[in-house]
Design a protein around this ligand. Structure first.
Ligand SMILES: [Zn+2]
Length: 313
């Protein structure tokens, strides 16, 4: 049995996972205010121990604990995190002072890819990619049945430029994929479309513009709004630009799309995305096939993947 720990933007979660990748028990607490590295490690350790005991396992009998971190890591150390102020933290050693079992660290998007690879839509493949569309865009790649990690730094697909000189990105470049195809990018483009069309249903779907979310454009498009439908097409064209780049570079047997936007309607997101991928990807031009599918495990992917990490490193 393994524990997968997921350090998210709002919650810390621990899941007890068996050999088959089944989630047997889950514990979660709010991330709360960061009190320092030691209390953080203590909280994670006690969460892991609670999840183990919930599933009837003594924490000392766990094979190991895997931890998904929103940032760059080695197997033992956090190099830096995006949302929590941690730099060069020996988290594996700190956790082991509370839990006497091996600890493995990895980037959270990479963990999510591992979860989908073993227990979701990546099952049975040798080469698999997961793209998550949230606040930013995350990516994870299983190549020849191993996680391509590069110290948790690999798979930063959100920062490939799809529009040279385009919208400014938090990374300092312009026109990064995530400035268009993340939920944040879609919300910005939705607001811009609303300013151009004051009669659009987008206003009604967002309480007069006060509650624009990544869902707003899809909701208005479903009700037939022309501006929303046009924006959906624009959005999918940006999404497809990056997806086809990734298909061409890695030729995964399956590329899965997850995250909040990955829950959008088949006819508004996946059908037009597949159409472009089939038309533009190098593989289909050469008589091959591409498979772009919706991810399956939702928010559990990272926790399950963290628990199964040892199999792909
Ligand atoms: Zn960027």
């Amino acid at each position: 049995m393994y524990i997968g720990l997921d350090v998210g933007g709002t919650n810390l979660r621990a899941g007890l996972v068996d050999e088959a990748g089944r989630l047997l028990a889950v514990r979660k607490i709010p991330l709360g205010e960061f009190q320092g590295v030691e209390p953080f490690a203590k909280t994670l350790a006690s969460l892991a121990a609670q999840a183990a005991r919930d599933g009837g396992i003594s924490p000392g009998n766990l094979a190991y604990v895997g931890v998904g971190i929103p940032g760059a890591t080695t197997k033992e150390e956090i190099l830096y995190t995006c949302n929590i102020p941690m730099k060069n933290v020996p988290l594996a050693r700190l956790l082991q002072s509370y839990l006497d079992v091996p600890v493995l660290l990895e980037n959270d998007a990479n963990c999510a890819a591992v979860g989908e690879y073993f227990c979701g839509v990546g099952q049975g493949t040798k080469n698999f990619a997961l793209v998550t569309l949230g606040t930013g865009i995350g990516g994870g790649f299983i190549l020849n049945e191993k996680l391509y990690s590069a110290g948790g730094m690999a798979g930063e697909v959100g920062h490939m430029v799809v529009e040279k000189g385009g919208a400014p990105c938090t990374c300092g470049r312009r026109g990064c994929w995530e400035t268009y195809a993340s939920a944040t990018g879609l919300i910005r483009m939705t607001r811009e479309a609303m300013e151009r069309d004051k009669s659009s249903r987008l206003w009604e779907e967002s309480d007069g513009g006060t509650a624009v979310t990544g869902r707003t454009v899809f909701a208005a498009a479903l009700r037939g709004d022309k501006t929303a439908k046009a924006l959906c097409e624009t959005y999918v064209s940006y999404l497809a630009a990056g997806v086809v780049n990734l298909l061409n570079i890695f030729q995964p047997e399956v590329l899965a799309i997850g995250g909040g936007i990955g829950e959008a309607e088949e006819e508004l997101l996946f059908a037009p995305l597949r159409e472009i991928a089939n038309r533009e990807s190098y593989a289909t031009r050469c008589g091959g096939k591409v498979s772009v599918v919706r991810a399956k495990l939702g928010g559990d992917a990272g926790m399950i993947g963290a628990a199964l990490l040892e199999r792909v490193i």
